[in-house]
Design a protein around this ligand. Structure first.
Ligand code: FES
Ligand code: FES
Length: 124
């Protein structure tokens, strides 16, 4: 199985892999295909911008790489923009994933959406 250099880099040096105590949105999703779990934490400021984002993942290397990558894609975006980040965007930014690993990028995109939903519920 071939992983791109970007995937290997994000796996070996994950960005923003930590729990966030003062998050105002938290989303946990499970992957029914493999049983892996991912939690995404976001801190959204008064301008609706994601000023901090982090993750914790119980999962494979591709799940770690995709969650690391999505934190880099989403930081600095508005909630509205971040909602548009698709499963494919994550894989593309990593220069692709092997086909059997595409479901791992779903976990990152779904986790971010769940965190945003949670943020919106908290702020109604
Ligand atoms: Fe997810 Fe192996 S199936 S870590
Ligand atoms: Fe489960 Fe990658 S094998 S998320």
């Amino acid at each position: 199985m071939d992983y791109s250099e970007k995937v290997m880099d994000h796996f070996a040096n994950p960005r923003n892999c930590r729990k966030m105590e003062d998050a105002n949105g938290v989303g946990t999703v499970g992957n029914p295909t493999c049983g892996d779990l991912m939690t995404i934490y976001i801190k959204v400021n008064d301008d609706d911008v994601i000023e901090d984002i982090s993750f914790q993942t119980f999962g494979c290397g591709a799940a770690i790489a995709t969650s690391s990558m999505i934190t880099e894609i989403a930081v600095g975006k508005t909630v509205e923009e971040a909602l548009k980040i698709s499963r494919n965007d994550v894989a593309e930014e990593l220069d692709g994933l092997p086909p059997v690993k595409m479901h791992c990028s779903n976990l990152a995109a779904d986790g971010l959406q769940a965190a945003i939903e949670n943020y919106r519920e908290n702020n109604q």
